[in-house]
Ligand binder design. Sequence first.
Ligand code: TXA
Ligand code: MG
Length: 350
Amino acid sequence: MDTIVLKIQQEEKDREKLRQAAKILRKGGLVAFPTETVYGLGANGLDPEATAKIYEAKGRPSDNPLILHISRREDLVPLVKEIPPVAEKLMECFWPGPLTLIFKKSALVPKRTTGGLDTVAIRMPSHPIAHGLIKEAKVPIAAPSANLSGKPSPTKAEHVMHDLMGRIDMIIAGPASSIGLESTVVDVTSAIPTILRPGGITYEQLKKTIGKIEIDKGIQEDLKETFKPKAPGMKYTHYAPSAPMTIVQGPRNAVIEKINKSTEEYIKQGKKVGILATEDNVKKYSKGLVLSLGKRDKPESIAANLFALLRQLDLEGVDVIFAEGITSDGIGMAIVNRMNKAAGHRIVQV
Ligand code: TXA
Ligand code: MG
């Protein structure tokens, strides 16, 4: 299949291009597009044959449900059975933006889209290109992250091209995603709303808005042996670079010392070592390929850089990766969750 790459910088100037992309979606094709979180791989969410193509192009397990993306509040109504008051509050505060809500689905939503579940995930992205495309398509757009299954989510058009060229109809190549991690997924069908995946909207923001909020036991580090995650996607290996990655946690100097020592040992064995260090510490490592995650006091910068860095380490062909641990408050909860998955939960405490 030939993949058309459509360069768009500004939605307003490129209405005609968005129409062309929307036409492909309406005909049952696949279009990758930028959102503020990560690039998405879109299809008509109400057309089971179109959504089946998403699973095929990504190599995604068919029990992993898709998020439906809408551009207007009123487009939610036909897709769900009911809208709980707590959802109204959350939408008021965080839509459009990086928050996905799980509702009971209506009969309009095919089970192919929801991985066989009776619930459906819905998000209204704020990115102007995503917004314009969904509006032009005039149907809800099912869109997982536009990566091959198991790889880090794409935050730049070049990542999508790397993974999906020749497998989909079109890639809209816009700017890099500003948040860089996927949306927060919150289940509003349970008595107390529950975070199923930490993301762009933080636990603290949600708690401040609705008071009571839980975190799914399946995504909590210390409980994950006993509980299965409720978001099917959270149980799969994800975001993984090809080389094994280890996270080193502890006091600053001890972490630096441990990573330097291990790096030296691997280099002696002829291995290429990649190090993910916070900006503040980059100069403390003299050997290995040292990449800056961003500043510790600006965790949003770490969120924005992480996936691109994991892909860069793959391209550089490193044999082993060490990463400094990050604190898990605010957006840090989502960063730690993705880093732990990328490391396959290889975490060393010093
Ligand atoms: O930021 C994002 O959410 C991006 C952009 C493109 O919007 N999309 C994204 O989609 O990350 P995806 O498919 O890579 O991740 C969706 C997550 C998965 O963990 C999936 O299992 C969960 O949401 N999910 C979807 N529908 C669900 C449902 N009905 N119940 C529970 N979890 C659900
Ligand atoms: Mg994904």
